[in-house]
Design a protein around this ligand. Structure first.
Ligand code: GUN
Length: 286
């Protein structure tokens, strides 16, 4: 029997922690305050930002979505982000991606003050992740931090484990490899040019997939001992429009020790990490 590694129990536990930390900040006269910059009306972004706002309000923080016109001029956009990021009453701030085409060349992480960069995209925070000092109060990237928290929540130590990450994106694969290395895992990052991918995944104690290919990871990628932990970061739609991950969940769920479902696995943890970063930013500001 494998364990279905849902995120709901972890989120429920952490909301209670966030409430306590938020109350304690309020007692010191600080209400954690997040600003979300949303350019245009991308459907998925509208839903994501609304969910982020609702989540912050659940534990007592303030969160405002600032809607900017799809055709906003680059100068005006840059000034707006800087103005919001510089406000003293704002503790956390981010630009929801993707941006409209004419703004896509902008490195949004660089526009926001590093101590308010709740996405963990600023070079300073990437540097802190790279250095891996456990005492650092740098803000860590959200989805990767959520993956680490979920694995640990289900009682799995990363130290000494062989982890194979499939995908080398700037938002998930690369930063996750550093977070796990900082936890003393032995990390292999595989990607579209990796030869003999199955040989890597079969040898892993933990496999993380973040490539965006519906159900590509089948039983052929797994070891026969059924002891592996499988973490699916993919959020895809199959040919019938059904939501699914990168892993062939139904056919592999009994061939491993633990597996994250899609939906209900890694997905909700990005928002949880964002909220944890907001509180850390507010606490750092004291
Ligand atoms: N769009 C999709 N995921 C993310 C994320 O983690 N941060 C931001 N800012 N935009 C996103």
């Amino acid at each position: 029997m494998s364990i279905e590694m849902k995120s709901a129990p972890l989120v429920a536990r952490e909301i209670e922690n966030l409430k306590k930390r938020c109350d304690s900040l309020k007692a010191k006269g600080v209400t954690p305050n997040m600003k979300v910059l949303l350019v245009g009306e991308n459907k998925a972004s509208l839903i994501y930002t609304r969910n982020k706002k609702r989540f912050c309000e659940k534990f007592g923080a303030e969160c405002e979505i600032i809607n900017l016109n799809e055709n906003i001029k680059e100068d005006e956009f840059l000034n707006k982000v800087r103005e919001i990021s510089n406000r003293e009453d704002v503790h956390g701030c981010f630009v929801q991606l993707p941006l409209p085409k004419h703004l896509q060349h902008i490195d949004c992480g660089a526009l926001i003050a590093p101590e308010k960069d709740v996405d963990g995209f600023h070079d300073h925070n990437i540097g802190e992740l790279f250095k891996g000092d456990p005492k650092s109060n740098g803000l860590m990237p959200c989805t990767p931090q959520g993956v680490v928290n979920l694995i640990e929540f289900y009682g799995h130590e990363l130290s000494g484990k062989n982890v194979v990450i499939i995908g080398r994106s700037l938002i998930v694969g690369k930063p996750l490899s550093l977070l796990m290395l900082n936890k003393n895992a032995t990390v292999t990052v595989c990607h579209s040019r990796t030869a003999h991918l199955q040989e890597h995944t079969k040898r892993a104690d933990i496999v993380v997939s973040a490539v965006g290919r519906p159900r590509f990871l089948t039983s052929e990628y797994l070891s026969k001992d059924k002891n592996q932990i499988l973490v699916d970061v993919g959020i895809n739609h199959d040919a019938d429009g059904k939501l699914c991950g990168d892993m062939d969940y139904e056919n592999i769920k009994d061939l491993c020790a633990g597996i994250t479902p899609v939906p209900g696995g890694v997905g909700p943890l990005t928002i949880l990490s964002l909220a944890q970063n907001l509180l850390q930013a507010a606490e750092n500001s004291l």
